[in-house]
Design a protein around this ligand. Structure first.
Ligand code: MG
Length: 372
């Protein structure tokens, strides 16, 4: 079997489809792609056409190494390549007549625990947190995340300086107390700071929220300086989770070697794909660090991520960011909902296990035809 073409579709989410001379196709989704990603895929096509699509790791590495001078170290280039990688796994699974997790070494679990990113933050009151937490619990989820950073806090110095003031620290701590009361003592609770705060502020906040038994505090400081993060980690009992803006194994090396985080969160459909993230998880495992992948993507990406989450022992929870999205179940052609009782139930069908509903996806795309 040989690859004959690679096409992209831009709708609400970003899709890649790989075509072969035997009529089999594979589809992937890449995340956080700004404009330009489709041109990168177009440029990469020549590296893949005529090759055997089952050599997924080799093709990925060949394309990456051939484009180092053009940015294949991180960022949009890697995200575009990731879309191809995921489509190749879908194709390989179909060609071998097995689910993708089989090709990743088999599964440790049948269903993948999701946590809800409620995107709920800012000046929320207790009732608002409670309403969100109650809905999440009713749906069967066992973990929730709220945003904690607040650019509109009246005690903030200005929009550029993120040194926490006493009034702000008090407000943020009270908010975490409200969140914990709203979700109760048994549910996992994570909070996200989006990397906005400076070193000593991140440290102050991490220490101040210690009584609330967080699953994690996410990105107390920006992602570039691992030593700044390490200083906070060594000074607080609050677990830290980082990594949504790191790429490839190389991006996680220093973080893991210094053990500067308690939990890592690679974005699987952005930072290198299924094979690469399984390797990142394996690197983390030797430091006893679990993985809770970042995921702000669509159903196809969430399904693809789930195959990685099934194939690693140190999986904690996969993010789900689509609370209240009524079209969630329309994107994929499935016999039953992808998410059941707070878990992704992994299909046993070949490849990723579900096809994109092209007709539905077409409705949110100006591409005609959908894949170009
Ligand atoms: Mg985050």
């Amino acid at each position: 079997m040989k690859i004959t073409d690679i096409k992209t579709a831009q709708a609400r989410y970003s899709y890649v489809r790989v075509y072969t001379d035997e009529g089999l196709v594979g589809t992937g989704e890449c995340s956080h792609c700004g404009s330009g990603w489709r041109k990168i895929v177009e440029d990469l096509k020549g590296t893949f056409i005529g090759k055997d699509p089952l050599d997924v790791d080799c093709l990925f590495e060949e394309a990456r190494r051939a484009h180092i001078f053009r940015g294949a170290l991180a960022g949009l280039f890697i995200s575009a390549l990731t879309g191809i990688e995921i489509a190749l796994w879908d194709l390989a699974g179909k060609a071998m007549n097995v689910p993708v997790y089989r090709l990743l070494g088999g599964k440790f679990r049948d269903r993948i625990r999701l946590y809800v990113d409620s995107a709920h933050g800012g000046a929320e009151d207790f009732e608002s947190y409670k309403k969100t937490a109650d809905w999440v619990k009713e749906q069967g989820f066992t973990a929730i995340k709220f945003d904690l950073d607040d650019g509109s806090n009246p005690y903030k110095l200005d929009k550029w300086n993120w040194s926490v003031t006493p009034g702000e620290l008090e407000t943020l701590t009270e908010r975490v107390a409200m969140m914990r009361e709203a979700v109760g003592s048994k549910m996992d609770l994570a909070v996200d700071m989006h990397g906005f705060y400076d070193g000593y502020s991140g440290l102050k906040i991490a220490c101040a929220v210690e009584p609330y038994n967080l699953l994690w505090l996410e990105e107390p400081v920006p992602p570039e300086n691992i030593d700044a993060l390490l200083r906070i980690k060594q000074a607080t009992q609050t677990p830290l989770c980082v990594g949504e803006n790191l790429y490839l194994r190389y991006g996680f090396r220093e973080l893991l070697e210094k053990q500067a985080a308690d939990i890592i969160m690679p974005d699987i459909s952005k930072c290198g794909g299924l094979s690469e993230c399984r390797k990142i998880a394996n690197m983390a495992e030797i430091y006893y660090i679990p993985m809770a992948p970042h995921n702000n993507s669509g159903p196809l990406s969430t399904l693809a991520d789930s195959h990685v989450c099934a194939s690693i022992p140190n999986f904690l929870a996969l993010e789900w960011h689509r609370m209240g999205d009524e079209t969630w179940d329309d994107v994929l052609l499935t016999n039953e909902p992808l998410i059941q009782d707070g878990y992704v139930v992994l299909p046993d069908t070949p490849g990723l296990g579900a096809e994109l509903d092209d007709d539905f996806v077409q409705q949110s795309s100006t591409d005609t035809p959908l894949f170009q």
